[in-house]
Design a protein around this ligand. Structure first.
Ligand code: URA
Length: 233
């Protein structure tokens, strides 16, 4: 006999996020629309550290080889009471130099995208999957992402955002534990983690700089984010 919801309760008690496509028309959607995923990088912190402790843990982290090449870690920036959490991939050269996410050219475009939905950078929280810059801006390796993810998971727990926006293929695929192309992940709203936080996928601003025609799709995604932020829980 299957007790409805029991499996989800177990998974959540084990710290394993469950995400499903939001607003699925069918109460029993097809298998490819409902997916249970292991939390990337789980288990997270054994002890619930606060922002200050977490920041210090990240600052001094030597859990993977990336610490050898960094100037400094890039913890995250913005309001710790933000409703919107934006998650990118990893620091680039400028972020590594300044210790803040999305401060290069892609960051300037991100600021403009936020302004288009009447949000300032200071109103949101911005973090990355990786806290250290990969050499030559290569893609994060999955063991690096797994090692770093407990930090992000704790940031999510502390922040309790109302909406998560995953920018780019790397962040989206990692958070959703999917290998689907970004074109298939955007345009839908997922529920992320134990809190079933609405998660929207959009293009990375660095991609938009190279492919400005994709900006209209990105705008559609931002409007979804704005709508979700306005919707009371
Ligand atoms: N790209 C990212 O994904 N994150 C940053 O912080 C900067 C560029």
């Amino acid at each position: 006999m299957t007790i409805p919801g029991l499996r989800e309760q177990y998974l959540e008690a084990m710290g394993i996020p469950v995400w499903v496509q939001r607003h699925a028309a069918n109460p029993e959607p097809p298998a490819d629309e409902v997916q249970l995923v292991r939390a990337p990088g789980a288990p997270g912190h054994q002890r619930a550290v606060d922002w200050r402790e977490l920041q210090e843990e990240v600052r001094t982290c030597i859990k993977c080889a990336l610490h050898q090449g960094r100037t400094q870690t890039v913890f995250g920036a913005g309001s710790r009471t933000a409703d919107l959490l934006i998650i990118g991939e990893a620091p680039g050269a400028e972020e590594d130099r300044r210790g803040e996410p999305f401060v290069g050219r892609a960051g300037q475009l991100l600021n403009a995208m936020l302004a288009a939905i009447h949000l300032a950078r200071e109103d949101v929280y911005i973090a990355n999957i990786l806290k250290c810059r990969p050499p030559n801006n290569r893609d994060p390796k999955s063991d690096e992402a797994a090692t770093c993810t407990p930090y992000l998971q704790r940031q999510i727990e502390l922040l309790q955002p109302r909406v998560i926006l995953a920018l780019g293929r790397i962040a989206a695929q990692w958070l959703l534990q999917s290998d689907a192309p970004i074109g298939r992940l955007r345009g839908r709203t997922f529920e992320y983690g134990a809190g079933a936080t609405p998660l929207v996928v959009s293009y990375h601003p660095a991609y938009l700089l190279r492919s400005p025609l994709a900006k209209s799709k990105s705008w559609e995604d931002l409007k979804v984010v704005k709508r979700l932020l306005r919707t009371p829980e």
